[in-house]
Design a protein around this ligand. Structure first.
Ligand code: RUB
Length: 307
């Protein structure tokens, strides 16, 4: 349990950052925990897995890709007849399968996404999305003349991670303060915005790092298309049933550790980008408008819609 709590803590404090990495590390930790769990009673085994699930489940509230993974591993496990060893094997096999889905979807998204970036293009992104930055790097590796603009992404500066990846791949890159994002679109004549996503709702609304909607609004002003690179494994199925995706609120100390007492600091990690501001979702099932995401999830990952 210690290892699992440690991973959960590293997800919460953003040592493990970005929805895809959160899902990968969370699912790995869960599978490992299950296979190393030595108990003799089947019910105790299943109870322990439920406890483990809740620890990871709550490490970051806006991360359906991790929750879908845990759901996938645990679905119908209770009704599965078999010994503890068989349950362990099943847990581990499902964990591996989900990790394969995450990795293959990532590869596919980067491939599809790179086709949307033309030669002689300035791409702008926000925060750090392994899919968005992977897509930019891939297009660059294809020999296209690309320049990138990224934001610093306060308060935790995930933009630096993006900048490091871009620069080490050789992509000519510029960083701008978050509040300069509108200015940068015009100053650098951005041709396309590519951002990642943490969650996608049944209506095609996307949740991504705070500032993403601002970027999309500014892009609209300048007629710059906005694309979201995201696996359909980030679909939040509960939204189809009327629930709302929760926006994670982080501590004020991240903004100002020694702020004056009595000051109210709000630190939302994410915000919504309405489908009205998104030109296309770039997913493992292709590029399409956010409006039809539910149907595509239904075809691609029916398990994600099971309760
Ligand atoms: C990261 C963020 C990323 C998405 C997608 O926020 O908003 O754009 O998680 O990442 P945080 P990926 O830094 O708070 O985790 O494309 O790697 O799944």
């Amino acid at each position: 349990m210690e290892l699992l709590r440690d991973v959960s803590q590293r997800i919460s404090d953003l040592t493990i950052q970005g929805a895809t990495n959160v899902a990968i590390e969370g699912v790995k930790a869960f599978s490992e925990y299950a296979t190393r769990l030595f108990v003799e009673d089947r019910n105790v085994f299943l109870q322990e897995l439920e406890i483990a699930k809740s620890i990871l489940w709550n490490s970051r509230p806006t991360e359906p890709a991790l929750r879908n993974g845990l759901r996938y591993i645990l679905s119908n496990l209770r009704s599965h007849e078999g010994s503890i060893d068989e349950l362990k094997e099943l847990t581990s096999a499902r964990g591996s399968k989900y990790l394969d889905l995450l990795t293959s979807s990532k590869r596919q998204i980067i491939e599809f996404g790179s086709t949307r970036i033309d030669d002689n293009t300035t791409v702008m992104t926000h925060c750090h999305s392994s899919l968005a930055s992977g897509t930019i790097v891939e297009a660059f590796k294809q020999g296209k003349n690309i320049t990138a603009v990224c934001t610093e992404t306060r308060p935790l500066y995930q933009g630096r991670k993006t900048a490091k990846e871009l620069v080490s791949a050789g992509v000519p890159s510029t960083m701008v303060v978050d509040s300069g994002m509108r200015w940068a679109i015009r100053k650098f004549n951005a041709d396309i915005i590519i951002i990642g996503a943490d969650a996608i709702t049944s209506q095609g609304t996307v949740f991504n790092k705070i500032g993403s909607r601002l970027l999309a609004l500014a892009a609209k002003e300048s007629d710059v298309p906005v694309y979201v690179t995201a696996s359909l494994l980030k679909f939040d199925a509960q939204t189809h049933l009327g629930e709302r995706t929760e926006v994670e609120m982080r501590g004020g100390k991240e903004l100002w550790p020694d702020a004056p007492e009595g000051l109210n600091i709000v630190n939302p990690a994410f915000e919504t980008i309405s489908r009205d501001y998104i030109d296309g979702l770039i997913t493992e099932a292709g590029i399409f408008p956010p409006e039809i995401v539910y149907q595509i999830v239904q075809q691609t990952y029916p398990f994600a819609l099971e309760e």
